[in-house]
Design a protein. Structure first.
Length: 325
């Protein structure tokens, strides 16, 4: 069966192409099926793929929901017809180990379920922080990851201040139910913040956070610093960290194990399962975060994400009914 895939074929050029994939037997621990929706993560996909100047073709995307059509002989907990969320790319068909796919609750729409993947990014910080609720959390950068981070911490009982200079992103955050949404982090927050979840990748935001958090407060770098945006010196950051006793650390999500360990309390899989439950219950609002588009409109979508001209901060590709898929 032919597979269609979104591919970056040149700098700022993306196309829907046919993949030449010879048929092969399904591995006994794998599942295979047709994609329903896939979700863009604008930061990674724009900076790593769409703006790349070499290494073509690139196949972006790492969040999808698909319907299982085949299961390997060792798979007993999933069956054809089940819908699952996994780390699959923008393509019409998916195949992956069954252990890496999370069952989607029956009443949860695929276009909402797929956000569990982005929720997992900041859930690792939630797993590893020493700052417990009801501490005050500052979230800077309200793209999809930051917006979801703010909602997650609020859902878990933290007091949350969400910050982004973009009026559109602040409006989206408010539409998602966040109460304290601001254009910048003011001095009134000085020494009140226990945890700063920095999701913008902007070095000024990280420096500001180090100056705002309480003694031994945490500043967690969740957003990727794709490019230098200021002329700040490292001394300013180090001075704030040393004299304010700041715990400055990476927000790398994979510090949490992928699967459950004997003496561990958290894993990526259980985070995704919890995220899907929260989405199904309506505890997390994602409708304002992305709009559905045909994969055939991928060039328009990626340019819109780059120029921030889309109606929403992220985009969903709808593979249902795509001709030839």
């Amino acid at each position: 069966m032919p597979i269609k895939s979104i591919a970056v074929t040149a700098h700022k050029q993306v196309e829907l192409i046919d993949l030449d994939t010879p048929g092969k037997p399904l591995a006994p621990d794998h599942i295979r099926g047709r994609t329903l929706v896939s979700l863009t993560s604008p930061g990674t996909e724009l900076n790593y793929a769409f703006l790349s100047k070499d290494r073509f073709p690139l196949h972006p995307g790492y969040a999808c929901v698909f319907e299982i059509e085949e299961v390997g002989g060792q798979v007993t907990h999933l069956k054809p017809g089940d819908r699952v969320m996994g780390m699959g790319g923008h393509r019409s068909r998916q195949e992956m180990p069954a252990a890496k796919a999370q069952p989607v609750p029956a009443a949860l729409a695929p276009e909402k379920a797929v956000f569990a993947r982005l929720m997992g990014v900041s859930m690792s910080t939630l797993n590893t922080t020493s700052v417990t609720a009801p501490a005050h959390v500052l979230v800077t950068g309200l793209g999809p990851v930051g917006n979801l981070a703010a909602q997650l911490f609020a859902r878990c009982g933290y007091k949350v201040t969400a910050v982004d200079p973009s009026p559109a992103r602040r409006e989206t955050a408010t539409a998602c139910g966040l109460k304290d949404v601001q254009a910048s982090a003011g001095e009134d927050l000085q020494d009140k913040i226990g945890l700063h979840a920095e999701c913008s990748g902007h070095e000024q935001a990280a420096l500001d956070g180090c100056k705002l958090v309480r003694k031994l407060g945490e500043v967690v770098l969740i957003g990727v610093p794709w490019a230098r945006k200021t002329e700040r010196y490292a001394f300013e950051l180090l001075d704030a960290v040393f004299h304010r006793y700041v715990v400055l650390r990476s927000g790398w999500e994979w510090q949490v194990p992928v699967e459950e360990e004997k003496f561990g309390h958290h894993c990526i899989g259980s985070n995704y399962a919890a995220a899907l439950d929260w989405l199904a219950s309506g505890a997390i609002e994602v409708s304002p975060l992305a709009t559905l588009y045909s994969p055939e409109d991928c060039q328009q979508v990626y340019m819109g994400l780059l120029e921030q001209t889309l109606a929403t901060p992220a985009a969903l590709f709808d593979w249902r009914g795509l001709s030839g898929a």
